[in-house]
Write a protein that binds this ligand. Structure first.
Ligand code: AHR
Length: 553
């Protein structure tokens, strides 16, 4: 390390790992002393970033619906028709574009009819997750009261101003049940008995649901199908679904991470009935959870999981490395899609992604799969969103798993307690990319080197993405190094910077997180940036996520 970098590093660490990036007093367009470069190529557009890659996922699982979203109309907790008001307010702030519901695995055991009609007459059922629930889970998580159903979910979406994405039950219901759910949601006012039922519970106008998942994880909890068997089922479910003038985008249940044979097998079988079968598929779902912190010594789903709050720098890099696989997964599944869909018309829908830790960090004991997100998960999430931004032609939607009180939550809530997690802050920071033109970036930085139990390991030293809307350029950058700042020269090819600001999320403590007792322990900070002309040099603090808002002239 040069003395200059050593000085910068020590200064930053001495000041508490720098709560913000600092701009060096050099405006020369071709500064070469910085050890890293981030070039934004304005004349190399990659495609429009679909706002839907900033989507969410809410399942009838643990504390997601009951306690997280739904508090009930009679609750003393501020609510809008039973829906937690604070959550709606936060989701409006991040411009949440789409929410997937009701699962997940739950979807393939769910009969939508149980969740419609007068709430006092709705049946109580056993929740899909009952056997997995911890001993101290509340009864409401084991036995489904159906107080939150289709109408309540639509109300939630309307309050947020987002689109619904419904997952249909392919394992335990018939195609007819699927068509009736579509009819219930989309048939015109007064047209059918189901439209009248919808009107009786508050909405004579159709909900206009465009996105429909045809099953979920059909290779596992969704029926244990082979890709060929599932393709046959998909054809049956997707044939002649009633439209009611509403565009329908059907999403086929896709692979688990790197199961290339699922993608290939599904499309080969689907197209045995002819190429036109491709017209029935809008997207193929892809699920990838980063769970393995076994460092090569454990690989089983349970024993390789790590702890959400207690981890060392090696765990930090190992989790990021697991998450970084997302880029290869997207590229490879896309290439396989191209084998049968040469025009690459079918898009990837990454409708479950995030880290998955072992139990133990729940903000509310008894909440299944609840974990407390830290700065590590913020960096992980920013890294994933940057990956999606860099592949706008391939990824049409992504849904972080899950919205609240489960896995990579943006929010934690229990009774009248609520907090925004570091992941929620990243979604707020990155919302500015939605609908922007993604631009090619060229990034070079020294790699991170670490010791993986006496084996040398490396991880990239800087990544990010850029998007342009009119004259407003948004650049996001992740420095994954747990202790070294990254002095970086940002160069804008083809325009001049007129105004600049930066927002940074970081902490001297890589375990930093928010809690009900300390909801603002980790928050982003915004500062003016003294940058003009074709480029600027700044220091990205260790373990940080930074957004630059650059007005161009
Ligand atoms: O998100 C939790 C579960 O993970 C979902 O229900 C399922 O689809 C996946 O295996």
């Amino acid at each position: 390390m040069t003395r200059r970098r050593e000085f910068l590093r020590n200064t930053l660490l001495a000041t508490g790992a720098a709560a913000c990036s600092r701009v060096l007093p050099l405006a020369a367009a071709e500064d070469s002393s910085a050890d890293s470069r981030f070039e934004i190529l304005l004349d190399e557009p990659l495609g429009i970033i679909s706002p839907n890659i900033y989507g969410h996922f809410s399942e009838h699982l643990g504390g997601v619906i009951y306690d997280g979203i739904w508090v009930g109309e009679k609750s003393a907790i501020p609510n809008v028709k039973g829906i937690r008001k604070r959550l709606v307010e936060e989701m409006r702030k991040i411009q949440a574009p789409v929410v997937r519901y009701p699962g997940g695995c739950f979807a393939d055991s769910y009969n939508w009819r149980d969740g419609v009609g007068p709430s006092s007459q709705r049946p109580k059922r056993t929740n899909f997750w009952m056997d997995a629930e911890p001993k101290n889970a509340p009864a409401a998580h084991k036995y489904e009261s159906n107080q939150f159903g289709t109408g309540e979910f639509m109300q939630f979406c309307r309050l947020i101003g987002c689109q619904p994405y419904l997952a249909a039950n392919l394992r335990s219901l018939t195609p007819e049940d699927f068509y009736r759910w579509v009819e219930y949601c989309n048939s015109p006012a007064g047209s059918t008995t189901l439209a009248e039922m919808r009107a009786a519970t508050g909405s004579s106008e159709p909900y206009g649901v465009r996105f429909w998942g045809v099953g979920n994880e059909s290779w596992g909890c969704g029926g244990n199908f082979t890709p060929q068997e599932y393709a046959v089922e998909f054809r049956r479910f997707a044939t002649w679904v009633p439209r009611y003038g509403q565009e329908l985008s059907l999403i086929a249940s896709g692979p688990d991470s790197g199961e290339w044979s699922w993608t290939r097998g599904f499309f080969e079988e689907l197209l045995r009935k002819g190429k036109e079968q491709l017209n029935s598929v809008y997207g193929l779902s892809l699920h990838h959870y980063a769970a393995n912190l076994g460092r090569g010594k454990a690989s089983g789903w349970e024993e390789s999981k790590g702890d959400a709050l207690h981890f060392d720098p090696v765990d930090w890099y190992e989790l990021l490395r697991e998450g970084q696989r997302m880029e290869t997964l997207i590229e490879n599944h896309w290439r396989i899609l191209g084998e049968t869909d040469s025009a690459n018309r079918v898009k990837l829908i990454v409708d479950e992604w995030g880290p998955w830790y072992r139990a133990g960090s729940e903000a509310t004991p008894g909440d299944l799969f609840e974990q407390t997100p830290t700065l590590r998960d913020a960096v992980f999430s920013a890294m994933n969103l940057d990956i999606f931004n860099r592949h706008p032609e391939k990824v049409a939607m992504a849904n972080c798993a899950q919205l609240i009180n489960c896995l990579n939550s943006l929010y934690l809530a229990h009774e009248d307690h609520f907090c925004v997690t570091p992941v929620g802050h990243v979604f707020a920071m990155y919302a500015a990319h939605q609908g922007g033109q993604s631009l090619r970036t060229v990034i070079s930085a020294p790699a991170v080197h670490y010791d993986r139990d006496a084996q040398p390991a490396t991880f990239w030293g800087l990544q990010g993405s850029a998007s342009l809307r009119g004259k407003q350029l948004v650049v996001t950058a992740v420095n994954p190094h747990v202790s070294e700042p990254r002095e970086t020269f940002f160069s804008i090819r083809g325009a001049s910077i007129a105004t600049a600001a930066l927002t940074t999320l970081t902490s001297a403590d890589i375990h930093a997180h928010n809690s009900f007792a300390q909801p603002a322990a980790l928050e982003p900070h915004t500062h003016a940036l003294d940058a003009k002309g074709r480029g600027f040099t700044t220091i990205l603090p260790p373990a940080s996520v930074t957004r630059f808002d650059l007005g161009l002239s």
